[in-house]
Ligand binder design. Structure first.
Ligand SMILES: NC(=O)c1ccc[n+]([C@@H]2O[C@H](COP(=O)([O-])OP(=O)(O)OC[C@H]3O[C@@H](n4cnc5c(N)ncnc54)[C@H](O)[C@@H]3O)[C@@H](O)[C@H]2O)c1
Length: 335
């Protein structure tokens, strides 16, 4: 395949991760689009990108690129993905893919019909620990999965909730949506199909309309259990997962140093009930975001799988929407 060229729609916070991912993958970013001229000019100058557009319609009409990152606010994901598909451009769309399953379905159908790759930005699948954990689970290293615990939480750096995140109208939801949709995706990545959720939400620390603390109890189709914990009421940035099985456990947290993956199991004869064998995996190199963009590029080149498909992105949204419905009804909701 000839050299790929990329465009980025939305040049705000997360766009830098996309730019760095393309650079690491050896893909030139040739065009940028943002609705705000200052944001656009700042990134175009910092990254040395000459072609800039204030409207994605103009960007796609001009063409000249093969892949696009859609890193604009969530409401833009659906129309921009449809436009990209119509132009025959492969899409890496940020999470949440859409806030409405019907829109997600249209995005999947449009990319399928156009024969372009659609990948969703749940980058935790591409992190070193996440990927290794998935491989170990697949290989049976912890036996049958019995319980999955997933946590992503922070405190906005002590600065308060960013204004656009405070209301349902502007954000669509609180921490359950923003952090929880990554975890809903990991829940499926590690444990398979989720069949039921029961959620509780709280607004405990900030004067905001949306929830700042949330947890979701999950039942998987095979009967195993799981928990999602999402919060803006943590102290510092906190991220981790714990996957328990009949023959071992996987533990990964950023709280006590580098985010290594520990695999606990019993192999040594005569070990006590409180002592296990442990293998620790350490990871260096690129960030999960960079790895995810590199995986997208590999998928477009036909050198690797689509790590997080449109269907995966849609399922993460479906779990979160069911969790909101559960919290509202204070009852379990079947998926
Ligand atoms: N994967 C992750 O870990 C992660 C992290 C943060 C944000 N996100 C997601 O990425 C998306 C963007 O988030 P962000 O934090 O970068 O937001 P942001 O507000 O920092 O940046 C969004 C940019 O999009 C621009 N924009 C708005 N409407 C546009 C349009 N119609 N066309 C082109 N540009 C437009 C804005 O002017 C802004 O510069 C959201 O969907 C968010 O959920 C994902």
């Amino acid at each position: 395949m000839s050299e790929l060229r990329a465009a980025i729609v939305g040049t705000g916070g997360i766009s830098t991760n996309h730019f760095e991912g393309y650079r690491a993958a050896g893909v030139e970013v040739v065009a940028l689009c943002d609705a705000v001229p200052q944001a656009l000019a700042a990134k175009a100058s910092a990254w040395g990108v000459e072609r800039t557009y204030l409207d994605f319609e103009e960007l796609f009409s001009a063409g000249g690129f093969d892949v696009v990152s859609i890193a604009a606010p969530t409401a833009v994901h659906h129309p921009a993905t449809l436009r990209a598909a119509a132009a025959g451009v492969h899409v890496l769309v940020e999470k949440p893919m859409a806030l409405d399953l019907r829109l997600a379905d249209e995005m999947i159908a449009a990319c399928d019909a156009a024969g372009v790759v659609l990948m969703v930005g749940h980058q935790l699948r591409s992190s070193g620990p996440g990927r290794k954990a998935s491989e170990l689970i697949e290989a049976g290293a912890i036996g049958n999965v019995t319980h999955v615990r997933l946590r992503q939480a922070h405190d906005w750096g002590g600065q308060g909730v960013r204004p656009s995140f405070r209301t349902r109208a502007s954000a669509g939801g609180g921490t359950l949506l923003d952090n929880g949709c990554h975890l809903a995706d990991l829940a499926r990545f590690f444990g398979g199909s989720v069949s039921e959720v029961y959620a509780r939400l709280g607004t405990l620390m900030y004067p905001v309309e949306v929830e700042d603390t949330a947890h979701v109890s999950m039942r998987y189709a095979d009967g195993s259990l799981g928990v999602i914990e999402a919060a803006w009421t943590a102290t510092g940035w906190e991220e981790g997962f714990w996957v328990y099985g009949t023959e071992g456990a996987l533990e990964c947290t950023n709280r006590y140093g580098p985010q290594n993956l520990r695999h606990a199991y019993r192999a040594s004869p005569g070990s006590n009930w409180d002592k296990t064998d442990v293998t620790t995996f350490e990871f260096t190199g690129a960030s999960s975001h960079t790895r995810h963009v590199m995986a997208f590029v590999a998928a477009v080149r036909g050198d690797g799988p689509v790590v997080c498909s449109g269907v995966d992105g849609r399922e993460a949204v479906r779990i979160i929407l069911a969790a909101y419905a559960s919290a509202a009804a204070n009852a379990p909701v079947a998926l």
